[in-house]
Design a binder for this molecule. Structure first.
Ligand code: NDP
Ligand code: BG6
Length: 598
């Protein structure tokens, strides 16, 4: 009998009925006997890799390092669901079908998943992790058998944790139907254990509690390290020694920062690998979980019109822009030790750049994609100080309100030179991108909050309409904008004729505006990434060689900035940032697209 397993997630159903999108998280489970279950999965919820895995309750069979029991079996040619899966034809069952299937086939031996949020009392846990877990629960994306544990030093009871979680429910679900009812059900699955991060005994107590919930089933355990980096290793050591799963997988999500330069990052990786295998480590970069960053590869590799243009031949420059309209208030202590280059550029923007610029991967498999990203990172030209501008915000009064300077924060030294803004010109020295400037700009306390990718194309050679554009041909070039946030959109600037008898040209946008096109809200990046970690999908997590390459690019420049004590260019809170960023772009004949286009 074939049934849908509980990991079906309705939130990823293809939207338009005409879509050929694969069956997202469909897991088809075929019972072989009372002890074994074969699950045919699409590899992950969004990909058709037709992976076949055997989960054996006897624990025989192959196991990956993280303890998942997997093996490859020959496709069952006559099996209709598998064939459909292979062909990408299997449509996603409606959530009702899924629920029906689950209610008549709740297997008492279903493996459990326990998610422990280490640092549960902290800001990230409250703001992002618990709301994301609740959203996944609401969408029926979590496995049937799951438990959530909060772990931190703060003294709290289960009730206190539940109270905290319910108060900080700021996620997209809070206005949805049955939210209160679902919330109550969710909270019943949440528990708390107070302990030290360096105490194997306290983690052993947690282990005991987890075992009680797991009730002797195959237990899979996910630890989310939502704690400052100085306690990562202690926590991993104790979790791995005292609380890892005895018969299922154990995975650890590690939050950034992964070190602050090549040496400290390598030391962190080395220390983590004393206790974990690489495939147990899920280094999170939440920008990779953002919907439009996910869409980047779809846009490029499944539209004939883009991929042929994706090179130095047609692209003049690429811009990666991040801005926030608030400062580092409340996080000054952390930020002063890192600065904007480490906080945003070396990870979020560089990851987007690598995805944008990579060659076509062999498949959508995590390793194939990450192999291509690493090649991009390793082809990058060493960063030069003259290709970098740094800034720091200063106090500014506007409309009777005074906004603080970065150094007004009590946790920041008065003479801090830490950049809160940076702009850089980067180059990829390979055949595809030779000579194309990739301009990055990231800043805090600017005039708006946005993240976008701008692709400016070359001008049309011998354009018949040149005379309509005046002397500046670059003003008339096409530009593709991928607005990651807010108000997600992909638009292409084109030239067109103004209707009428004359011949006046105009610039217009061909616009895919998500809010207008799709009624369903966009999941938070943390939802996608948490689900991926539960499913063992590593594509959106950073592999250690990617991390090494990213640090190798930025470390020499960071050292030079710090050794030479480069003074940042000061810019008023709420402004567009230092003027130096414009000079840097101009050096490469580039105009920042966000200056013209709001
Ligand atoms: P917090 O500073 O809020 O710390 C989380 C918890 O860790 C605290 O509640 C505290 O719990 C414990 N803790 C804090 N400092 C120490 C310390 N010095 N020694 C031992 N325990 C300590 O961190 P966040 O929640 O803001 O962030 C968690 C991780 O996520 C960090 O690595 C951060 O860099 C990263 N991150 C955070 C983002 C955010 O928006 N907050 C965004 C992106 C990444 P208790 O005292 O109860 O043990
Ligand atoms: C985090 C940075 O990684 O990303 C923060 O540490 C920044 O400084 C945040 O504010 C931005 O994330 P988002 O998803 O709000 O754009």
């Amino acid at each position: 009998m074939a049934t849908l397993s509980s990991t079906h997630c309705r939130s990823y159903s293809p939207l338009p009925s005409s879509s050929y999108a694969p069956s997202s998280s469909s897991y088809l489970c075929f019972k072989l006997g009372h002890r074994q279950r074969v699950s045919v999965s699409s590899g992950s919820k969004r990909f058709l890799q037709a992976k076949v895995s055997i989960q054996s309750h006897t624990n025989s069979g192959g196991r990956t390092h993280d303890g998942a029991v997997t093996t490859t079996v020959a496709p069952i040619e006559n099996d209709i669901p598998f064939k459909k899966l292979k062909d990408g034809l299997l449509s996603v069952s409606s959530s009702d079908e899924c629920k029906d299937a689950m209610t008549f086939d709740i297997n008492e031996n279903e493996p459990t998943v326990s998610i422990t949020v280490v640092g549960a009392s902290g800001d990230l846990a409250k703001k992002k992790i618990f709301p994301a877990l609740f959203a996944l629960y609401y969408e029926d994306c979590l496995p049937q058998q799951f438990t959530i544990y909060g772990y931190a030093r703060s003294k709290m009871t289960d009730a206190d944790l539940r109270n905290m979680v319910s108060k900080t429910l700021t996620c997209r679900i809070d206005k949805r139907e049955n939210c209160t009812e679902k919330m109550e059900q969710f909270l019943k699955k949440c528990f708390y254990h107070s302990g030290q991060y360096d105490s194997p005994e306290n983690f052993a107590e947690l282990d005991q509690k987890l075992k009680e919930h797991e009730g002797g089933r195959v237990s899979n355990r996910l630890f989310y390290l939502s704690i400052p980096p100085n306690i990562f290793i202690d926590s991993v050591r104790c979790a791995s020694l005292s609380a890892s799963s005895g018969n299922g997988w154990t995975r650890v999500i590690v939050e950034k920062p992964f070190g602050r330069d090549s040496e400290s990052s390598a030391a962190l990786t080395k220390a983590l690998k004393q206790y974990l295998e690489e495939d147990q480590i899920f280094r999170i970069d939440h920008y990779l979980g953002k919907e439009l960053v996910e869409n980047l590869s779809v846009l490029r590799f499944s539209n004939l019109i883009f991929e042929p243009l994706w090179s130095r031949q047609y692209i003049r420059n690429v811009q990666l822009i991040f801005s926030e309209d608030f400062g580092t208030e409340g996080r000054g202590g952390y930020f002063d030790n890192y600065g904007i280059i480490r906080d945003i550029m070396q990870n979020h923007l560089l990851q987007i750049l690598a995805l944008f610029a990579m060659e076509t991967p062999v498949s959508l498999d995590a390793e194939d994609i990450r192999n291509e990203k690493v090649k991009v990172l390793r082809s990058m030209r060493p960063l030069q100080l003259e290709n970098m501008v740094v800034g720091q915000y200063k106090s500014h009064t506007k409309g009777g309100v005074t906004y603080p300077a970065y150094t007004d924060d009590k946790t920041v030294p008065d003479d801090s030179l830490t950049p809160t803004f940076a702009a850089a010109a980067l180059f990829i020295d390979n055949a595809r991108w030779d000579g194309v400037p990739f301009l990055m700009k990231a800043g805090k306390a600017l005039h708006n909050k946005r993240a976008e990718i701008r692709v400016q194309f070359r001008h049309v050679p011998g354009n018949l309409y040149n005379q309509n554009f005046g002397t500046d041909l670059d003003r008339a070039t096409n530009e593709l904008v991928i607005r990651v946030q807010p108000d997600e959109a992909i638009y292409l600037k084109i030239n067109n004729k103004v209707p009428g008898l004359g011949m006046r040209l105009d610039r217009s946008n061909l616009n895919l505006h998500y809010a207008a096109r799709y009624s369903k809200e966009i999941p938070d990046a943390y939802e996608r990434l948490l689900l991926d970690a539960v499913e063992g999908e590593r594509r959106l997590f950073i592999r250690s060689d990617e991390l090494d390459a990213a640090w190798a690019l930025f470390t020499p420049l960071l050292k030079e900035l710090e050794e030479k004590k480069i003074i940042p260019e000061y810019y008023p809170y709420g402004s567009r940032g230092p003027v130096g960023a414009h000079y840097l772009a101009a050096k490469y004949n580039v105009r920042w697209g966000d200056g013209v286009d709001q």
